[in-house]
Design a protein around this ligand. Structure first.
Ligand code: MN
Length: 239
């Protein structure tokens, strides 16, 4: 029988109570990976030599969602309304992302993951959407994670997203405080929201990349096209 691909999922930190603290990943990520035929492995922040092993041993990677990103990584100071950031995670994931791209491994960058990819490639972020844009949209929805809150428009230039999602307008969930500001040169916009924020990017030459601002992992249980994003990624990870 064919071996299922191992999918490394980056993680954050949570302090549940004084004797329970540690690695955190929302369970929708591993549920979606399993449903699409992969084996999820959670990646704690680790030193370089261990990161090298992650790269060798995983067939594909998910940069998961989470905190804001320390703006020092794109040469800005913190805006007054910046949220919590976790610098060690940023450092680890920026280095990991560069290695993934060097090694030509499939990458699925979700929410903060897409923003981190943009920073890793030299782009910048909007640090606080409500005060730094004219948008009237609430990109940090209050309704549950698996409910949709705004539409996106898939670009006709998109190669990948367009091939997986059959419609040009879809509804997505939205749980982000930050967004892409200046796009890295190697990337192009694959989808945007009607208020003008970047909701998906693709790479001009790197073929094994999916990068979205919304949370398909939380829609995949009920929505075939969102699950198809994972199926596409898992399939790439088999090769
Ligand atoms: Mn959004």
């Amino acid at each position: 029988m064919e071996r299922k691909p191992i999918i490394g999922i980056t993680s954050s930190y949570v302090n549940h109570n004084y004797y329970m603290e540690g690695v955190y990943v929302h369970h929708d990520y591993h549920k979606a990976v399993i449903k699409a035929g992969g084996v999820p492995v959670i990646l704690p922040i680790a030193p370089m030599d261990v990161m090298e092993e992650y790269i060798k041993q995983c067939d594909g990677f998910i940069l998961s969602g989470g905190e804001d990103i320390n703006p020092k990584f794109y040469n800005q100071g913190p805006h007054q309304n910046i949220g919590f950031f976790y610098t060690e995670r940023d450092e680890f994931e920026l280095a990991l992302t560069k290695k993934i791209l060097e090694q030509n491994k499939p990458l699925f960058a979700i929410c903060r993951g897409m923003q981190l990819l943009n920073v890793a490639l030299g782009g910048t972020l909007i640090q606080d959407i409500p005060s730094q844009t004219q948008s009237s949209f609430k990109h940090m929805q209050i309704i549950q994670r698996h409910k949709k809150s705004h539409s996106i428009i898939i670009n006709k230039d998109s190669r990948l997203l367009k091939s997986i999602i059959s419609q040009s307008h879809i509804e997505v969930n939205s749980l982000h405080h930050q967004a892409i500001d200046r796009l890295a040169e190697e990337l192009f916009v694959a989808a945007s929201s009607p208020d003008g924020l970047v909701e998906a990017v693709e790479h001009k030459s790197y073929k094994h990349l999916l990068a979205v601002q919304w949370h398909p992992e939380s829609l995949a249980a009920e929505n075939e096209e969102m699950l198809n994003l994972f199926r596409y990624f898992i399939d790439k990870s088999k090769k």
